[in-house]
Design a binder for this molecule. Structure first.
Ligand code: GDP
Length: 669
């Protein structure tokens, strides 16, 4: 299970001191654990180290760019070229890593002999790192292992039917040269691809991979990879054993019983073992909250349990007969609506939970309740299929009249909100008793009038959404954290395309590239992941400080635009104050929550025809459809709605209420 946390609004100047710094010595964190020590060492090794005597005199920004370039080059060249040589090339090429690489290559081509000399110098202890490390030759041996491990990935991918450039290890006398081959890899090269299991048994001679810089080059990841040859759709089907993937968000007013319902459902489907459930029961009893035992399955944090309120988006996975479901339990309390929005933005379908108890349904449904707001939000964020769990039916003795009363009221509202009647199902449930959750109920008072499906059956019947795997890669960051090892982790849902380990991806903002070192899907490491997957990526080659929740990772060849000014068509919800020029709002978009202002009121449109009714209106009032221009404080990465539905929609909130939903029609700057 994973949790989202909104760090976009952190003050990074202050937060910086708490974030792991590559430059800082480990001692700054007190006594480092042995393991951490090792990680640090490894990271240090990958760091471009410029000897102080050779450090170029550049400003802080340029220095950061220089380090980033050096790191990219180091990935390709290993230790074969001196730091100084690379630094000079980077400076000459105006911080373009690619050009600098080309320059180093051409220099080395024309001066192979001198390079060999350089190598001798390096291996005789004039390494830039030197110091108290192992003797240079041995050190290269330890360094080669991660490199080979990386090659292994491509080896694995080949066995998965992915036709991508592979890295091979060829013996050449007593030196081994890793030679990158293109997509048209010849037969003789393939069997030499190193396998994970064989990496430890590499001959000691493999230590000198770095001796031939041209040969160690593995830039295929960033240049020559022929992604179009991967049949991701077929691979996806294989991976899920023929099951379809659906992202489901659970929404509804606070205390409607969302966590209890889904916690119990997870228990009944075997996703929570008896021992754990027993533990939750005991703990919740001790805490005087026995009725929350099932809710604790999803409410993981101490504060959530103490307050009995879901605050963050809990995420877990379960399976039905035909589907693999990623379940997101969204907070119902209005204070946590931004978290709920980021959960809902990643969902394909929703379960709306309403409390059937007398007075409680009404409290959630009336103005100020979250039933309406959540319903509107998910619809505006693109969810079209809904299962309504009319919950706590035990409290009203499973009365058909009460069920009818609720479904009629809700039905009218949901229709207005834009849900098709055929896409909404109503299921009477009791989350606490576990009634009608996975199996159809046998309660006489219910089956006398209800013959419909159980909640799980209804979830199983949701139509799976299209997965735009053929579109360029897009992932919206929902969490950023530092894990063990080099680099850092970002989590989020892949909105489009797919990603493989070793890929170079671009973060917008800040418009910088990094490499994907690892991908974790449902707690398991994988080589690739595609649209619809909630993944955690380990990325290297970028400073964690630059990545916030809400950043978009994309394909560098087809980047997403980042802008601070854009036009949008908006629908104004029930608002008290009219919206005028300069109106301050919070823009919620995927996992972004960004202050913005309505810079210009462009026109009021006819609701159904879209025809312009009035140009440059003075204000906008409830229920109106309009075109407005929005200005954000910081750049946000957006797509036009017509190109990319999922990334072209947003919500506007003001003073704790959602005041409008919109779609991006024009990106200005
Ligand atoms: P959430 O805020 O929507 O996640 O609601 P919780 O799952 O935390 O539940 C709020 C309270 O309602 C808890 O005390 C639950 O035990 C109780 N509850 C949940 N489902 C049912 C139900 O089906 N019947 C009854 N009687 N109580 C329920």
């Amino acid at each position: 299970m994973s949790r989202h946390r909104n760090v976009r609004s952190y003050n990074y100047d202050e937060a910086a001191q708490f974030i792991y710094s590559r430059q800082a010595r480990p001692s700054a964190f007190g006594e480092p654990l042995e393991e951490e020590d090792y990680e640090y060492e490894e990271e240090e090794e990958q760091q471009p180290v410029v000897p102080s005597t050779q450090k170029p005199r550049v400003g802080a920004d340029d220095q950061a760019r220089l380090y980033s370039c050096l790191e990219q080059m180091r990935e390709v060249l290993g230790d074969s070229v001196s730091e100084q040589e690379m630094t000079e090339a980077v400076l000459k090429c105006n911080f373009s890593a690619q050009e600098a690489l080309d320059m180093v290559f051409s220099q080395n081509n024309t001066a192979r002999g001198s390079r060999a000399k350089n190598q001798t110098a390096l291996s005789s202890g004039k390494s830039t790192k030197g110091g108290a490390r192992d003797p240079p030759v041995k050190k290269t041996e330890s360094e080669i292992v991660p490199k080979v491990a990386r090659m292994t990935v491509s080896g694995k991918k080949q066995t998965m039917g992915f036709d991508i450039p592979s890295t091979t290890v060829e013996e050449n006398g007593d030196s081994v040269n890793a030679i990158k081959k293109g997509a048209g890899l010849d037969e003789t090269a393939t069997p030499r691809t190193v396998d994970v299991s064989s990496k430890t048994s590499l001959p000691a001679a493999a230590t000198s991979v770095a001796e031939e810089p041209m040969a160690t080059q593995t830039p295929g990841r960033s240049t020559g990879k022929s992604k179009q040859q991967i049949d991701v759709k077929a691979e996806l089907e294989k991976r899920q054993g023929g099951k379809q993937l659906i992202n489901l968000v659970v929404i509804g007013h606070v205390d409607a019983g969302k966590s209890t319902l889904m916690g119990h459902l997870l228990y009944l489907t075997g996703n929570v073992n008896k021992r754990t459930m027993h533990k939750y029961e005991q703990e919740s009893k001790k805490a005087g909250k026995a009725s929350f035992a099932y809710a604790w399955v999803l409410d993981e944090t101490g504060e959530e349990r103490e307050r009995g309120v879901t605050m963050d988006v809990g995420m877990t996975k379960f399976e039905t007969k035909t589907k693999v479901i990623t379940l997101m339990d969204a907070p119902g309390h209005r204070d946590f609506i931004p978290n709920m929005i980021s959960g809902a933005a990643q969902a394909d379908v929703a379960v709306l939970v309403v409390d059937a108890s007398r007075g409680e349904f009404e409290a959630g449904f009336e103005a100020g309740g979250q039933t309406r707001e959540h319903g509107l939000l998910v619809r505006s964020l693109g969810v079209t299929q809904l299962a309504v769990a009319v919950n706590k039916m035990d409290q009203v003795s499973w009365q058909q009249e009460r069920f009818k009363e609720i479904t009629t009221k809700l039905g009218q509202f949901l229709k207005q909100a834009g849900f098709k009647e055929s896409d909404v199902g109503y299921i009477p449930t009791s989350g606490l008793a576990g009634e009608n959750l996975i199996n159809r109920s046998t309660l006489p008072e219910l089956i006398s009038w209800y013959k419909g499906p159980s909640l799980l059956e209804h979830i199983d019947s949701f139509k799976p959404p299209q997965r735009p795997v053929e579109k360029p890669f897009r992932l919206c960051v929902s969490d950023v954290f530092k894990d063990q090892g080099s680099g850092f982790c970002v989590t989020g849902k892949i909105e489009a395309g797919y990603v493989q380990t070793g890929d170079k991806i671009l973060a917008m903002p800040p418009n910088e590239t990094c490499s994907v070192k690892g991908i974790v899907l449902h707690d398991e490491p994988v080589d690739w992941a595609a649209a619809g997957d909630h993944v955690s990526l380990t990325v290297t080659g970028m400073d964690i400080i630059k990545i916030n929740v809400g950043c978009l990772f994309c394909d560098p060849k087809e980047p997403i635009k980042a802008c601070t000014r854009f036009r949008a068509r908006v629908l104004i919800f029930n608002i008290d104050l009219p919206i005028t020029q300069g109106f301050p709002v919070l823009l919620h978009y995927q996992t972004v929550s960004e202050p913005a202002t309505i810079r210009r009121l462009v026109s009021i449109l006819h609701k159904s025809t879209g025809e312009v009714l009035k140009r440059r209106p003075k204000c906008l009032t409830k229920g109106q459809n309009a075109v407005v221009e929005l200005q954000t404080q910081r750049p946000v990465a957006l797509e036009l709605y017509k190109d990319f539905k999922e990334l072209g929609r947003f919500m506007l909130r003001y003073a704790g209420s959602t005041i409008s939903a919109g779609v991006v029609t024009e990106i200005k700057e």
